[in-house]
Design a protein around this ligand. Sequence first.
Ligand code: ADP
Ligand code: NA
Length: 329
Amino acid sequence: MSRVFSGIQPTGEPHIGNYFGAMQNYVKLGQDYGKNSIYCVVDLHALTNPNAFDPALLAQRTLDMAVANFAVGLDPAQVTFFVQSQVPEHQELSWVLTNITPVGELERMTQYKDKAGQLESVPAGLLMYPVLMAADILLYKADTVPVGEDQTQHIELTREIARKFNHTFGETFPEPRAVNNKQALRIPGVDGHGKMSKSKGEQSTIGLFEPLDSIWAKLRVAPTDPARVRRTDPGDPDVCLVGDYHKLFSDDQTLRTVYDGCRSAGIGCVDCKKLLMTGIEEHLSPIQARGEALRADLDSVRDALAQGTREARAIAAPVMEEVRSKVGF
Ligand code: ADP
Ligand code: NA
């Protein structure tokens, strides 16, 4: 049987890059896989960042991330959605896998090198991060992992760990494969400086729950095709982040209007941005309204997470039992 797993870090407000790059895929796969699509807010992973050493904030962000995913259309009654720390088997399997994973492999991970390079003292958890991620996936014998392309290397390591376990202790785990949204691999930041990312700060992101006037304030000054200096110069929408965003937010007719208009100088950048705002408003308003309704009823969100924990453990506990007996515990 085929299963989907993905972990979501509780790291502050999600943005439209997270939405088109990952969350939309969760919703789509949820419709096909139902309870066999398993999504987990990975608060254990968040602890690898010292900024998460704030109990009230971590709890708040964990709940916020559940709200965000439910608000974009993930239905906890349809899929399996829970919080990682509530299912202790993740840590138990992680320890077993730690012992079949070479330190050298972990030290080679690009994300580890990036993050460790910025720290004076590197917590061991940061090195072990991909092992815990492998445990998350293998604990459910998942074969399909929807993630952004930045996670490809970790999925490859998960496959190696699965092979090593199967070879050492007997056939147990499938080798999972990553799937990503080809249309939204790398959504640019609204400040024009590379990929949209929370780590670059608020000037880079358009938040899913950001007020529309705040979004417009960023969009109004966002850089467009630098070759289009005067209103009468034709532009190239394919080298413009506003053009990129139109592909995500606008219907076919609007898309034709702005693409043809840009190339013929028939439409100016400000009007093009205003048309984009219409699409953004259409997309985000219902999400923001659902988010508000969920935040007004957090008890129902907590109930859904508690139910998700029971569903996840019902799958995880027998797999862990199988691992224990294979290892000799
Ligand atoms: P961030 O880079 O903002 O910290 P995360 O690392 O929490 O975001 O990523 C959560 C998910 O969103 C991952 O699957 C990641 O690949 C995807 N993602 C993040 N930023 C973008 C982007 N700019 N374009 C497409 N997908 C993205
Ligand atoms: Na990232």
